[in-house]
Design a protein around this ligand. Structure first.
Ligand code: ZN
Ligand code: ZN
Ligand code: ZN
Length: 254
């Protein structure tokens, strides 16, 4: 399976607009991996390209990464940095499936697109804990703790188990721990580096989670400008084993 990280920034992206902190100033001056668009990734599965989330940057991210095929979109939650670009798919010249839990779908309708949402994509409702089966793989969504209803997913393909948590606090259900147990890969959103941070799991805590569930590998993503810049994070990750820091455009084979 190929995983492509289109954007790896948190809500404000890096550099954040109008911010003169050292991290944002460096990102503006040096560019490269210091710059992060809002969060989206693509799982290339057997005969199915699954896009996770549609941030406001999605149009330019798809263009930049030459993405010409998307079969389905999994929307983790209705926050702007994860769903604000959904309307771009009005102009996508093919049918697109929209995997969204009913409360998330309702929020998208109410707050953004009303009755036009079915024109944008074909709603495929799911409930946490179910197996959404395809031809040759399946995924199981699970609820995480966030300020609005939010869902991660576990992908099962070719004997491998890959977990994506989306935005979550460092509190998980026993059910989520079961799903994460000995995953081949955990992908976790960690806006900030270390606790305390209300609401979001931090990079340090994600490493503890990897150990706790015995995951083989951990990829951190969804960073904000309060976290360390890419080069410092990459150096920190290198000093440990099985940890990768995502950057915009990063592609891996699992
Ligand atoms: Zn977010
Ligand atoms: Zn800043
Ligand atoms: Zn969020």
């Amino acid at each position: 399976m190929r995983i492509k990280f289109l954007g790896t920034g948190a809500a404000e992206g890096i550099p954040a607009i109008n911010c003169d902190c050292a991290h944002c100033v460096r990102a503006r001056q040096e560019g490269g991996n210091l710059v992060r668009a809002r969060n989206a990734l693509i799982f290339s599965l057997p005969r199915y390209e699954l896009l996770i989330d549609t941030p406001p940057d999605i149009r330019s991210l798809l263009f930049k990464n030459k993405v010409r095929r998307i079969d389905g979109i999994f929307i983790t939650h209705a926050h702007h940095d994860h769903s604000g670009g959904l309307e771009e798919f009005l102009y996508w010249k093919a049918e697109v499936d929209l995997f969204a839990e009913p409360a998330v779908y309702e929020a998208l309708q109410r707050e953004n697109w009303g009755d036009r949402l079915p024109e944008i994509a074909f709603h495929c409702a799911f409930h946490p804990g179910m197996a959404v089966r395809f031809d040759g793989f399946f995924f199981t969504p699970f609820a995480v703790c966030h300020t609005v209803p939010c869902f991660g997913l576990v992908l099962y393909e070719g004997g491998r188990k890959i977990v994506y948590t989306s935005d979550t606090s460092n509190r998980f259900s026993n059910y989520a721990y079961c799903l994460m147990k000995q995953a081949d890969l955990l992908i976790i959103s960690t806006p900030r580096f270390s606790p305390p941070h209300d609401g979001h799991i931090t990079s340090i805590e994600a490493v503890e989670l990897k150990e706790r569930v015995g995951a083989k590998h951990l990829i951190l993503t969804h960073f904000n400008h309060h976290n360390r810049p890419y080069d410092e994070l990459a150096k920190w990750a290198q000093e440990q084993s099985g940890i990768t820091i995502a950057y915009d455009g990063m592609e891996i084979l699992v």
